[in-house]
Write a protein that binds this ligand. Structure first.
Ligand code: PRP
Length: 178
């Protein structure tokens, strides 16, 4: 593990500005009467979800789902494993899946299919960052914070081996197992 302080890629201020923009866009796109359920993907989305949800001006409820694909390394296996499903009934509701990062796209693609199997009224996706160059599957991100290069990023919910999730900014580190 590299213990150096991660180099700032996206500042705290830039993140907060973008999160507010996304919240305003989401608030405008949904009607106040829509039954909006934000589904945060643990663990990485917990900070983005908290900030985004608190900036919406429309009613919303919160659910969490947990999946794992990376285990403790930095290389995606491509196989997504469901660790925890939503607790509430989302049938007939408008689902917004909230992710911290879309890398290969396997996780989000799997989650969209999973959510659709619950027969919601609609399924959309939000992600703070996306590594466009790493995409292995085609998946739509309806509300995207930032496109980034093929770097290992930490902070604002993102980790490397469980470290650095609570940094207020997104930083770059060099993983030691690649
Ligand atoms: C990360 C991230 C996404 C997924 C994206 O989760 O939170 O869920 O990888 O990768 P993909 O587009 O290649 O599928 P991770 O498995 O690291 O778990 P964590 O959120 O608990 O850190």
């Amino acid at each position: 593990m590299n213990n150096n302080t991660p180099e700032v890629l996206i500042s705290e201020e830039a993140i907060q500005t973008r999160v507010l923009e996304l919240a305003e866009q989401i608030s405008a796109d949904y009607d106040s009467a829509d039954d909006l359920v934000m589904v945060g993907v643990l663990k990485g989305s917990f900070i983005f979800l908290a900030d985004l949800a608190r900036r919406l001006s429309i009613p919303r409820t919160i659910e969490f789902i947990a999946v794992s694909s990376y285990e403790n390394g930095s290389v995606s296996s491509g196989a997504v494993r469901l660790l925890m499903d939503v607790r509430g009934n989302i049938e007939g509701k408008h689902v917004l899946i909230v992710e911290d990062i879309v890398d290969t796209g396997h996780t989000l693609k799997y989650l969209i299919g999973m959510m659709k199997s619950h027969r919601p009224a609609s399924v959309r996706t939000a992600a703070l960052v996306r590594k466009a160059e790493s995409a292995e599957v085609d998946v739509d991100v309806d509300y995207l914070g930032f496109d980034i290069g093929d770097e290992w990023v930490v902070g604002y919910g993102l980790d490397y081996a469980e470290q650095n999730r609570t940094l207020p900014y997104i930083g770059v580190i060099k993983p030691t197992d690649t």
